[in-house]
Design a protein around this ligand. Structure first.
Ligand code: HAM
Length: 429
């Protein structure tokens, strides 16, 4: 009888240490940037009641839910996104939380999608959100953070772009051309560039739009500048929505991010809860799927039964980001690297453990990483291990040239040998 070995579930990843090192580099950069913009970290459960998503997030995401009945007959879903959880947290403490506030989280999410490049069934997503203000400067803060973060990863302005649109503006245009029910039209508009012009026209016709309305909408979504849009929309609401976008761009330009943002009315976003500015971040030339996406959701807490509390934020997935960084050769080496390897000519393990411990606590900052053999072995083998583990310095606990309080040591980066006390060795790092 043959037993098949266990298989990795479709759309999931294993993180062997080399992959986990890169993953942690992404998490560290996400976290340090969010903290440098004064966002506070929060978390929630990985599963929620199914009804948190149904009817609020939009059809697409609900069709991708991993859901099941638990042993108490409750309908449960693994979280496909963080925003509904955030809204729940906000509603629960609506009175206590001092608004506005800025929070971030790096949840593991689950979507039953067709696994393909840039899309998996389990992934991580940085979420940054600002709750409790309708000000456009919240959008500016989020976009500045995105640009700062992508620059920190080593991408140059021009290698990525934050495309900005506005559902408010789109809604006023739909009204101006007399289009029916925007809620039905948004999911179609979101797929415009993915499905091609014919399928797009057909889907809009199915939603009740005439040929002329489809043509107008297509022209509108192709607008590349605010000036161009101004020639097409005239209502007071549209003018206000445009003025908001102009203010956003001017603010970002003043802060040095002008080259990172552009108007892109083809962006609609698939999620149902967005009410204002929506945005997506793409690599240059949009050759990959979106790196990040987000927008303003001023009525989500209300839809979930709480009071109306405005919010805006975005999610940035780890998958497309890592693909893009790899393409630009911007991922760090996945190899292990330790500060010291403690070796012994006589396999004096007590001395090895004692010295390793002394070196670990010799740092005044982050503790040094210290490795050593775990069984008796020849010096050649110990040096092999030191090399493999990326040790910077090998310290010999029983070198014959060292006097009391000193060690022989080898700088593995240059191959040079020295004799000195712990202070001297630490300085050499
Ligand atoms: P979303 O557009 O569904 O928005 O996802 C945002 C980003 O998460 C995408 O641009 C992509 O990088 C990544 N992502 C989404 N699905 C997958 C997948 N199956 N595999 C890998 N990466 C994926 C939201 O989730 C909103 N809740 C974001 C938000 C936060 N809006 C306001 N605050």
């Amino acid at each position: 009888m043959s037993i098949s070995i266990p298989q990795l579930p479709k759309g999931t990843r294993d993180f062997y240490p080399e992959a986990e090192r890169i993953q942690n580099y992404i998490f560290d950069t996400w976290r340090s940037t969010a903290e440098s913009f004064a966002y506070e970290e929060y978390e929630g459960p990985m599963f929620e009641h199914l009804e948190l998503y149904t009817g609020k997030s939009g059809e697409e995401i609900v069709s991708q839910l991993y859901n099941f009945k638990d042993k108490g007959d409750r309908e449960i879903a693994l979280r496909p996104e963080m925003t509904p959880t955030l809204a729940r947290l906000v509603i629960q403490k609506a009175r206590e939380l001092k608004k506005p506030f800025k929070w971030f989280s790096m949840p593991r999410l689950f979507r039953y999608e067709k696994a393909q490049k840039g899309r998996l069934r389990e992934f991580f997503q940085l979420n940054m959100d600002i709750i409790g203000t309708e000000s456009i400067y919240a959008e500016a803060d989020l976009m500045a953070a995105i640009a700062t973060m992508l620059r920190k990863f080593g991408l140059k302005d021009g290698e990525f772009a934050i495309g900005v649109s506005s559902r408010k503006l789109l809604a006023t245009y739909l009204e101006e051309i007399g289009a029916p029910n925007p809620a039905l039209v948004y999911p179609v508009l979101d797929r415009r560039l993915k499905i091609g012009p014919e399928a797009f026209a057909k889907a809009l016709a199915d939603a009740g739009l005439s040929e002329d309305q489809v043509k107008k909408l297509d022209d509108f979504m192709s607008c590349k500048s605010i000036e161009e849009v101004k020639t097409k929309v005239h209502s007071e609401n549209a003018t206000a929505a445009l003025a908001e976008i102009e203010d956003l761009f001017a603010t970002l330009t003043a802060a040095g991010y002008g080259d990172c943002v552009n108007l892109d009315l083809s962006i609609v976003r698939g999620l149902a809860y967005y009410t204002g500015i929506v945005f997506e971040v793409f690599d240059k030339g949009k050759s990959m799927r979106a790196i990040a996406g987000g927008g303003r959701y001023d009525s989500l807490t209300e839809k979930l039964g709480g009071e109306r509390i405005p919010g805006v934020g975005f999610g940035m997935g780890d998958v497309v980001l890592a693909d893009l960084l790899a393409e630009h050769n911007l991922l760090p080496s996945p190899k292990q690297s330790v500060d010291f390897y403690i070796a012994s000519f006589t396999n004096d393990m007590k001395k090895v453990f004692e010295t390793a411990q002394a070196f670990r606590s010799a740092s005044t900052g982050k503790p040094f990483s210290v490795a050593h053999p775990l069984s008796a072995m020849k010096m050649g083998k110990q040096l092999d291990q030191a090399n493999y583990q990326g040790a910077k310095i090998v310290v010999y606990v029983d070198g014959s040239k060292a006097s009391a309080g000193e060690f022989e040591y080898k700088d593995m980066r240059t191959g040079e040998m020295f004799v000195g006390n712990m202070d001297a060795i630490v300085k050499r790092l």
